[in-house]
Design a protein around this ligand. Sequence first.
Ligand code: ADP
Ligand code: ASP
Ligand code: MG
Length: 481
Amino acid sequence: MLMIVMKFGGTSVGTAESIDSAAKIVAAAVERQTGGDGAEESPGVLVVVSAMGGVTNTLIDAAQAAAAGDETPYRDARSQLLVRHQVVAGQLIEDGVERAGLGRLFDNRLREFERLCRSITVLGELTQRGLDVVSGVGERLSAPLLAAVLRANGVNSQFVDAGELIITDDQFGNANPLMEATPARCRDRLLPMMQSGVVPVVTGFVGATEKGVPTTLGRGGSDYSAAILGAALDADEIQIWTDVDGVMTADPRIVENAQSMEELSYEEVAELAYYGAKVLHPKTVTPAVESGIPLRVLNTFNPSHPGTRIVEKTRQLHHGVKAITAVRELRLITVAGRGMIGVPGIAARTFDAVARQRANVLMISQGSSEQSICFVVPEAEGDAVVGALKVEFARELAQNMIEEISHQPDIVIVAVIGAGMKGTPGIAARVFNALGERNINVIAIAQGSSEANISLVVLQTEADEALRAIHDTFELGNGAD
Ligand code: ADP
Ligand code: ASP
Ligand code: MG
């Protein structure tokens, strides 16, 4: 039996029409797998689904408002979400018993959500642990809904809560799967179902600790759920169904003539995802690479398009550049001073101080004169990092060995990506020329050791123009792939 994992994102299940399209795509895959006369054969299809588009944001906003004492948003959210899910069920499911059962399920889950928010208001505090319970409610509504819509389309389908499958640590809000426990759980729970011909519909984004406390895998984490489940079941392919024709040369919302790419390597897509291409959650690639499972990114709204295949190795283009992307809302921090020259340990102390703040460093660049180190962290972590550095280097600052710890907000990292850039000279020069012609200032530059990426720091106000300039200069919009 070929095993396929099919993940549908928020926009793919945002409305009755899109849920209907998603269900038809699954039904067609089941039909292909079982063939015309293979009625007893199991389909080998596992579905993973996100919350309906926008639902996770609504839930999080409501919980945050509740913590601040405002009870209106969660009350409104409860009724609005109930109606939204019931309307879809009403449109796509004829069977009255199914509809009534779903209605009760929606009502119970949303009552529970309201109870949680009420206690958040009473406590006046929202912990990350509490937030994980609230933010996972959307998937716990959409997955039973999609399973029922599949049944209405003649697919033998059953909802499964990923809390039973994906066992994580207790890093709430960004939990990590425990790969000792998770694969066995997945196999024990899912394989018998699948062998008996059932298509499981699993909640994306959520998991639970060993003790059963709900966790989430980070925003956009349903892609990661699909990869974890695919690896656990040793799937033949993991399909990510979204709202664009695969992974594109740039974010199509910013670069109008971005093109979808036929093929990308795991390494390239990992760089793209890490540097902000929202189409895949950055952690998605790891389980797929480790198990050698190909990923495919496909469009729910254009299912006949072949999308993008992500595999071990791909053919390379002449200049090696395949795609560009950007990470926003960052701060550039510089530690500078003539007293740093030849003094060992400044870099180590800098990054120790940063690590103690648990800040994520996205890029590092050191001038060859050794007079400065600069690096980039998310804006939200900027103040804490600068504070920690001022404490760490208090003595050096007082003695003027370090002249300043400066920081610049509102910056963006633009990443130029392609495994074929390895050993291709002149790429950085072409990037600089393209930006220079448009008077865009490059504040810092770094090349990853993988050489599949060149990263530049530019001002937020110039980032979109920079993306378009680089995209044009490498002719990525002209059917290069
Ligand atoms: P889903 O709800 O299916 O998970 P997301 O909104 O998380 O979808 O991701 C898809 C979106 O990612 C696209 O609509 C597109 O705007 C954005 N995006 C950003 N960069 C890229 C890229 N390089 N290729 C494709 N899409 C991208
Ligand atoms: N619903 C979750 C989110 O909005 C997970 C996902 O969409 O992948 O972050
Ligand atoms: Mg997503």
